[in-house]
Each structure stands twice: as structure tokens, then as C-alpha cells.
Design a protein around this ligand. Structure first.
Ligand code: GLC
Length: 601
């Protein structure tokens, strides 16, 4: 039996199963309007709808009208000209839209942004814990609430599309994107990913002002690459791929997700962006995905050395919308993309039917969002950005995300009436570390937004009679009644976070040794995008809290430190005991702490 026949047999079996459980709400309510509009479109206008330049690439906004772009994206860290504040973002987004509405058919633009833990590029928004921390809450209702706030703060800044949730199932913590995954367990990822989609879109994608298009990413197997290498190669058979990495997409489609982003990674050596079997036969066929598929940032360039071939292979594989940043030495990459795709259609190498399918999918979503009637977002939402009510929900997320790994001699909760409380470690007063990557900038500049550091939270929690001393390097511990040591990873995003060594830094290890030598009870708080090898850190601590990357609301940490909220977080992935256990699916021997571990008091 040939492999292709086997595949179709397997796909057939799954199709029967999927059909039985097919619950994906179809975006079919607008087919008449879509077909009527499609019939008026020229090939150039259809290709324009499939083109997504990033903001940094479009130096002349009139190109939006000239080329009838269907979409634009905010590349990691892109900013509008001028100040980084919600009003300026809204003004810029409205200006882009005004250019799209001056095109011949006035098809509204869809602007996408990585609102992955709040609308995090916009200064002043609420920054939620990254997904790994939300995974520790196991609280789907809370995740839905958090993502609804993200939708409000995304629409309030003028955008209706978030490149979220990431529904990766990271298997190896050497991967720099481990923190973007809720868990190493596909069922937990599925439950929280679906909740996030409902939070962003609502029970169904709609014209409501706070319904923001979600984007499940990165399809498929991005978290399974060898050694956790970013954009690497996931080597496994189809059964393993379907058991580990596919369930979150079944759940996302059942939740009505309107867009899915394709992964940079490869499966058994074939780039996902060129994998027609998975993108078309499985995702759109067997799983019944009715929305549209968007590429990752310049991802099609990685398929082969021939860009035009990349365009042909990716569009024929099932890609509908292509992210086109400014290529190296290519001032206007989008002109090359559009020209290549037009030639490929003219040469018969990309069928018009494929173009029409892609454009139909894009237009259906725009009609579903009500963009033709209301192309601009509701300015009343702008005032809600960063509100106390929104911050209160993020604070609850922080509380529930904390995992207590050790609490000897009831070190926690701490008294609010200590005489001298020593706080040590630069990370105690650093929003950049506390928020992690994807905050104001791509690699993380959380200090440029508004929030509460752990130190500030401690100060506003304890009695005014408590003397608090703060020393980044652990001096001035004399006569301390208790020590709080905050350690952590510097921020990173994507491959910048790939590591082979996951020991605590030498500075953090030295800080804990200093703390232990002081003789007072030591509570250690670890801010990190993944479990790290703790070495002697646990022995040097009386209490140890894994706080992940909590975001702007440090008060949630103080709540648990001083007993205003009990720790309830549970490990969303095993905590390795040694460097043979970085890869969950290839670990041997018991972990330091198992999946689901977490103490309370
Ligand atoms: C990045 C990421 C993806 C993000 C996209 C747009 O490279 O892989 O998660 O949505 O580009 O910024």
C-alpha cells in the first residue's frame, strides 16, 4: 500500500470521526455578499486581499489604496510614528483604514497585532501573565475573562485582529517560546486555547465592537521540534502529531476561531508552509476549518532559495494571506510578491480557484466582523485601556498563576507587621523582567509601560511601621526578620530565548547564598519563562514560588506572599531535575516536581 493511499485511508477514518463531532460554526452567513463582491474583483484586487505588509514596510500609506491591501500587520515591536499611547495608535489605525476605504471597491483593511498577553505593544495597556502562568491557573473562565479584556484593549487601540492564542504544546523547555504555551499537556492547552478564543471573539465572531478576530498559532507541531530549536524540525509519525499537537486546533475550530497562523517549523523535514496535506486536506478538509490561513512573518521565504517558487508552493498548499515584511535589500517586498503571484496565475501554476477560495475566506471573516458597515473601532473603548477594573482581573490571574514549590516551617504567609523586611534582587523592581518578551517591544521593554513591580506591591501591602530595605545585590540583610529574594531570566522572544543551559544564573545563585547566610527565613520568587534547574536554590530557600512572567500586576504576588490570597497554582508542565529532562517526551527518571504539583498554606 502506498504512503499516499495510507494517508487518504487515515484521513478518511478521521474524516468520519470528525464529521461525527463536527461542531465548527460556519462563517457561511455572508456567502451571497462575498460572491457578489468577488465577482467584481480584478485579479490584482484579489491578490491585494491576500497581501499583508507590515507597518514598517509601508512607507507611503497611499499604497494601501493603490494595491488594495486586505490586511497589514504590526511586526514585533512596530510602532506608529509619534508617541506610544492608545490615542496615537487609534489615530494611526484609523488613517490606514481611511486609505483602504478609498480603494475602488472600498474593502476594509484588517490590521493584525501580537496581543499575546494583553495588547502588549501599546504602552499603558494591562499586561497579563504569559500563557505558561495562565496554564498554572487551570482556570478557563479566568482565561476567557482575561482575553475579553485583551479584546477590549485591542479594539480600543483601533485593531480587530489579535495573533493569539498561541496553542503550541511545548515539549522541550530549551525552546525560547516555552512561555507562550499554556502547558506540555494537549488537553489543558485545548481547554485554555478555546477559552481564549471565546474571550477574544465572543461566543461567535461578530460585528460587536469587542469581538476581535482570534488567530490560533502556529499550525502545527511548533512546540515539538528537536531540542526545542525555534523554527526547527518536528520529527514524529502522524499518530504522535495527531495526539500531541493537533487537539488544540480541533478545540479552536470548535470554538469558532476565524484565523490560524502556519508554523515556521517543519514536520519530518517538510516546511509547514509548503505542506498541502496538513494545511488543506487535514485542517480545511478533515477538521472543517472555515476561516483563513495566514503565514508567519516572512515564513514562505524559508521554503526554497527561489522566492517565486515559495509563493507557488505556499499558496497551492492552502495559505490564504501572506505576511510580507521588509525583506533584506528589498524595500517593497510586497510588490515582488504580488507580481510573482499574478504571473503564477497567468502561467496556470496557481489556479484561479485557489485564489478565489483564499479571497472568499478573507472576505467572509470581514463581513462576519461587520467591517463593511463599521470599518472603524468604537472610540468609547479607548478610555477603558489600563482601567482599574481590567488590572483587577490581571491581578487575579497573577494570584492564581503562582505555584508554591516549597514552604518549610510555614515561612509563608509572611506577617505584614515585620520590623525589618529585606527585599533583594534587581528583578524585584523591574517591569522588564516581570513582563518578559512581547511587551512594548518584541524582546520586552516592560519598563516603558505602567505597572506595579513586586517591590512596589510589597511596599503598599505591609504595615507602615515595617522597615523595608531593598538591595539588588543582597547587601544590608543585618537584623532582617525575613528576606524576599526575587530572581529571574532577562526578557526574550522567539529564538533569542533558545538555550542549551538552563541553570540559574551565577548572580542569582550567589544572591541566594547571601540570603541564606543572613539567617532569617528566605522566600524566593523565580520570574522565568520556563522551569529552570534549581541546583541548591531550593535548599537555600524556606519558601519558593514559581511566578513565571506575571506582567504588570505585581500586587498579585504580594497578595499571596502576605496571605491575602492562598497559592493555588499547579505546575502546567513537569519541573526537570537535571539536563536529561528538558524534553518531556524523552525524559527519564522522576522530575524534580511532577506535572500538577503545587502546595498551598
Ligand atoms: C513572529 C511570530 C508570530 C507572530 C508574527 C507576527 O515571527 O512567530 O508568533 O505572530 O511573527 O509578529
Amino acid at each position: 500500500m502506498t504512503t499516499a493511499f495510507m494517508r487518504s485511508l487515515v484521513a478518511g477514518i478521521f474524516i468520519v470521526a470528525a464529521a461525527a463531532g463536527h461542531a465548527a460554526p460556519l462563517f457561511s452567513g455572508h456567502d451571497e455578499q462575498v460572491n457578489a463582491l468577488l465577482a467584481q474583483m480584478t485579479l490584482d484586487e484579489k491578490i491585494g486581499q491576500m497581501t499583508q505588509p507590515d507597518l514598517a514596510c509601508v512607507t507611503n500609506f497611499a499604497d494601501i489604496r493603490t494595491y488594495a491591501f486586505g490586511s497589514m500587520l504590526n511586526g514585533g515591536g512596530d510602532k506608529p510614528a509619534g508617541d506610544n499611547n492608545p490615542a496615537n495608535w487609534l489615530r494611526t489605525m484609523n488613517e490606514l483604514q481611511s486609505w483602504a476605504l478609498r480603494s475602488r471597491l472600498k474593502i476594509p483593511l484588517l490590521y493584525g497585532i501580537d496581543a499575546v498577553h494583553g495588547n502588549n505593544d501599546v504602552a499603558g495597556t494591562v499586561i497579563f501573565p504569559h500563557h505558561l502562568g495562565l496554564g498554572a491557573t487551570r482556570n478557563a473562565r479566568l482565561v476567557e475573562q482575561a482575553e475579553h479584556i485583551t479584546a477590549l484593549e485591542t479594539a480600543g487601540a483601533g485593531m480587530r485582529w489579535a495573533f493569539a492564542p498561541c496553542v503550541t504544546v511545548p515539549q522541550d523547555i530549551r525552546w525560547g517560546r516555552t512561555y507562550e504555551g499554556y502547558s506540555s499537556d494537549p488537553q489543558l492547552v485545548s481547554a485554555l486555547g478555546a477559552a481564549a478564543i471565546r474571550g477574544l471573539q465572543g461566543d461567535a465572531l461578530s460585528a460587536k465592537p469587542d469581538s476581535v478576530l482570534a488567530c490560533a498559532k502556529h499550525f502545527v507541531g511548533d512546540g515539538g521540534t528537536l531540542d526545542g530549536r525555534d523554527e526547527g524540525n518536528t520529527v514524529c509519525d502522524e499518530t504522535a502529531l495527531r495526539e500531541l499537537h493537533l487537539p488544540p486546533y480541533r478545540a479552536a475550530i470548535r470554538a469558532g476561531v476565524g484565523s490560524i497562523m502556519v508554523s515556521y517549523s517543519s514536520w519530518n523535514g517538510l516546511k509547514m508552509h509548503a505542506n498541502k496535506y496538513l494545511l488543506t486536506d487535514v485542517l480545511k478538509g478533515e477538521l472543517g476549518f472555515q476561516g483563513f490561513l495566514v503565514s508567519d512573518w516572512a515564513a514562505i521565504d524559508q521554503i526554497s532559495p527561489d522566492y517565486k517558487k515559495d509563493v507557488e508552493l505556499s499558496i497551492n498548499a492552502g495559505l490564504d494571506l501572506v505576511m510580507i515584511p521588509k525583506g533584506p535589500g528589498k524595500p517593497n517586498n510586497y510588490l515582488e510578491f504580488m507580481q510573482d503571484l499574478k504571473e503564477l496565475v497567468t502561467e496556470g501554476k496557481v489556479p484561479v480557484s485557489r485564489i478565489d477560495d483564499a479571497v472568499r475566506r478573507i472576505l467572509r471573516i470581514k463581513f462576519q466582523l461587520g467591517l463593511f458597515e463599521n470599518p472603524y473601532t468604537d472610540p468609547a473603548l479607548t478610555a477603558q485601556i489600563g482601567s482599574p477594573e481590567h488590572r483587577a482581573v490581571a491581578r487575579e490571574c497573577v494570584r492564581e498563576s503562582l505555584v508554591l514549590l516549597k514552604n518549610d516551617r510555614h515561612a509563608l504567609p509572611l506577617s505584614k507587621h515585620l520590623k525589618h523586611l529585606a527585599v533583594i534582587g534587581a528583578a524585584a523592581d523591574d517591569l522588564k523582567i516581570q513582563c518578559g518578551g512581547w511587551t512594548v517591544s518584541w524582546q520586552g521593554d516592560g519598563q516603558l509601560t505602567r505597572g506595579t513591580t513586586i517591590l512596589a506591591a510589597i511596599r503598599q501591602t505591609v504595615s507602615p511601621d515595617t522597615r523595608i530595605t531593598f538591595s539588588p545585590d543582597g547587601r544590608d540583610l543585618k537584623d532582617a526578620d525575613a528576606v524576599i529574594a526575587v530572581i529571574g531570566e532577562p526578557p526574550y522572544a522567539e529564538s533569542y530565548g533558545d538555550r542549551t543551559n538552563l541553570d540559574l544564573s551565577a548572580g542569582d545563585a550567589a544572591l541566594l547564598a547571601t540570603a541564606r547566610a543572613a539567617g532569617a527565613p528566605v522566600t524566593t520568587i523565580l520570574l522565568s519563562g520556563r522551569p529552570l534547574l534549581l541546583g541548591s536554590a531550593l535548599d537555600q530557600s524556606d519558601a519558593f514560588l514559581a511566578a513565571w512572567l506575571p506582567g504588570t500586576e505585581g500586587q498579585g504576588v504580594a497578595d499571596v506572599l502576605f496571605g491575602d490570597a492562598k497559592p493555588t497554582g499547579k505546575l502546567p508542565r513537569p519541573w526537570p531535575a537535571n539536563d536529561h529532562q528538558f524534553a518531556v517526551n524523552r525524559a527519564f527518571g522522576p522530575p524534580r516536581f511532577p506535572y500538577g504539583f503545587g502546595l498551598t498554606y
